[in-house]
Design a protein around this ligand. Structure first.
Ligand code: AHG
Ligand code: MN
Ligand code: MN
Length: 340
């Protein structure tokens, strides 16, 4: 029987915090201004704070819903509001950001009126994904996306309406038994785990690759009567071919599982959400960039998710994302019976 490593043996040669990782990346770009690193460090700080609030939520009495709804007409959890305020306050003070936009806010927040070239970036986020899991101590997460700011835009909304291919970085933080950050800035996917004893995200996997195939699908199958024929046929095929299902009800947790173990995550259009439920700019695009950077695929209907040109900031979409071979199996069925 192999013995467990002692704490001093654990990764001692290669301890690398997210800050060190980002500074090392920045050093490879002599003209880098450091603004991008500074923005990611705000996300790191905010998500450590959110992780701590989630862990203490029951004790602090902040579980449960508010009396308010967000811009999407969804009931807000108290922690949705706390997470949103935390991200806005951490990011809002960082030089380099022109605009922040949140799933929980009707309008984007223009941080400075001067439209300066010193502020070349935009940050978008879903502050707490899967927040209805909170009351049952289920996994939740934060999803974020960074875009470049085009100062020629006529309005913040116009500046934000960029396709997912334009993202310069994307990531998520999962608040589970451990707090995990998965990040891409277009050079593969890196995974960090928060060491709560020292308060630092440490690099645990460089260039994370999604398994090419795994017989698992992740979807809310209870809606299957409402799915278009192509999705129904895929499900029938999966049932006949020995697939398993896993569904946490938080996209960030379900897609993380797919990133690590392989499989496919689907949220097709339903009667209640005829174009899909997930938000293109706050959820689908950042997760699609991560999945593609890890060697996976992501489609919305028959279109590559990242190529959708958004019409509006809070636009929703369907998604099929995950292991390349598993996405191909779904797409084969959709090609035979294309959804409208
Ligand atoms: P949010 O909590 O940010 O509103 O997102 C919830 C989303 C997503 O995380 C998840 O995949 C999906 O809602 C679950 O929806 P169903 O309950 O319809 O399955
Ligand atoms: Mn969400
Ligand atoms: Mn949310």
């Amino acid at each position: 029987m192999s013995e467990l490593p002692t704490p001093t043996e654990i990764r001692s040669e290669q301890l690398l915090s997210i800050q060190s990782y980002l500074l090392a990346e920045e050093a490879q770009h002599p003209h880098a201004s450091g603004r991008f690193t500074w923005i990611l460090s705000a996300i790191s700080l905010a998500t450590k704070f959110i992780a701590a609030r989630c862990r203490r939520a029951r004790i602090e009495g902040v579980l449960g819903s508010m009396d308010t709804e967000n811009v999407q007409g969804e009931v807000q959890q108290k922690l949705d509001v706390i997470a949103n305020e935390t991200l806005i306050s951490c990011l809002g003070s960082r030089a380099g950001l022109a605009i922040v936009a949140s799933e929980e806010n009707d309008e984007p927040i223009m941080l400075h009126a001067d439209n300066s070239s010193e502020r070349p970036y935009i940050a978008l986020f879903d502050p707490l994904d899967g927040s209805s899991n909170l009351d049952t101590c289920g996994t939740v997460g934060t999803i974020f996306s960074i875009l470049e700011h085009d100062r020629r835009s006529n309005s913040p909304e116009e500046a934000l309406r960029q396709s997912g291919t334009k993202q310069v970085a994307a990531g998520y933080v999962l608040y589970g038994p451990s707090t995990v950050m998965v990040l891409t800035h277009g050079k593969g996917v890196q995974m960090f785990v928060l060491d709560p004893t020292i308060g630092s995200f440490l690099l645990v996997e460089k260039n994370l690759r999604i398994p090419a195939a795994a017989k698992t699908y992740s979807m809310n199958e209870a809606y299957s009567n409402e799915f278009a024929l192509g999705y129904k046929n895929y499900l029938k095929w999966a049932h006949e071919n020995g697939y398993s299902t896993r569904y946490a009800g938080a996209m960030v947790a379900d897609v993380h599982r797919v990133m690590i173990k392989g499989g496919v995550f689907l949220y097709p259009p339903t009667a209640k959400a005829p174009v899909g439920k997930l938000r293109l700019m706050y959820e689908a695009n950042p997760m699609a960039m991560l999945v593609e950077q890890a060697g996976g695929k992501s489609f919305s209907g028959m279109t590559r998710t990242l190529e959708i040109q958004p019409d509006s900031l809070h636009q929703r979409t369907s998604v099929v994302m995950g292991s390349p071979d598993e996405v191909d199996h779904v797409m084969r069925h959709l090609e035979e019976n294309p959804p409208e």
